[in-house]
Ligand binder design. Structure first.
Ligand code: SF4
Length: 199
């Protein structure tokens, strides 16, 4: 009889399997697979788009500029980041080069579909009470269809593929793209207000 595995061992095994994934071409240009992180008993799972430049190098989700925005929004919503599980819809960094810089590129439907297997396994292992889709790519993966953020923002939707509740909001990087500090402050407040719904 096979030895019983613990959830932690199961997560470590999944992370190891994903590290060797070649199910779409994105692994070729990336440094490493960036898998989800957080406590296994997390009641909230936050799903972003894909690792950015800093996440790709560090091997951890949400450690770059967008991660710092997320930290501030979570703090404002009174959610302890150490108590949530953070991951991405796509586990490898997609980019194009401009000189020495690596410029983010949004994953396509085929890449989102190919990578859903890992998100599926993370959700299956954690069974969180609620999942937050941070941006259109996460919403697409979690809801199984292209989903506009505007009309669905702040709403709890049912996910047919995962049979769970998904709160839809923007990706924290959108706060950074606002034109001035006043707009960035307002966008951060709006993200925190969305997150407060799951707090
Ligand atoms: S992006 Fe996802 S599906 Fe594509 S190679 Fe990486 S882990 Fe596999």
């Amino acid at each position: 009889m096979a030895a019983a595995t613990t959830p932690l061992k199961a997560l470590q095994a999944l992370r190891g399997d994903a590290a060797g994934c070649r199910a779409c071409p994105l692994w070729r240009g990336a440094t490493q697979t960036v898998f989800g992180e957080g406590p296994l008993d997390a009641r909230i799972m936050l799903v972003g788009e894909q690792p950015g430049d800093q996440e790709d190098r560090a091997g951890h989700p949400f450690v770059g500029p967008a991660g710092r925005v997320l930290d501030r929004a979570l703090a404002a919503a009174q959610i302890d980041r150490s108590a949530v599980f953070t991951t991405n819809a796509v586990k490898h960094f997609k980019y194009r080069t401009r000189g020495k810089r690596r410029i983010h590129q949004r994953p396509g439907a085929e890449e989102i579909g190919a990578c859903r297997q890992w998100l599926d396994k993370e959700i299956d292992l954690l069974r969180p009470e609620v999942i937050v889709a941070l941006g259109a790519t996460a919403a697409h993966s979690l809801l199984g269809r292209a989903t506009a953020i505007g009309p669905n923002r702040g709403q709890l939707l049912h996910s047919p593929p995962f049979d769970c509740s998904v709160l839809v909001t923007v990706h924290p990087s959108s706060v950074l793209r606002e034109r001035d500090s006043e707009s960035r402050s307002a966008a951060l407040d709006a993200l925190a207000a969305d997150l407060r719904r799951v707090a």
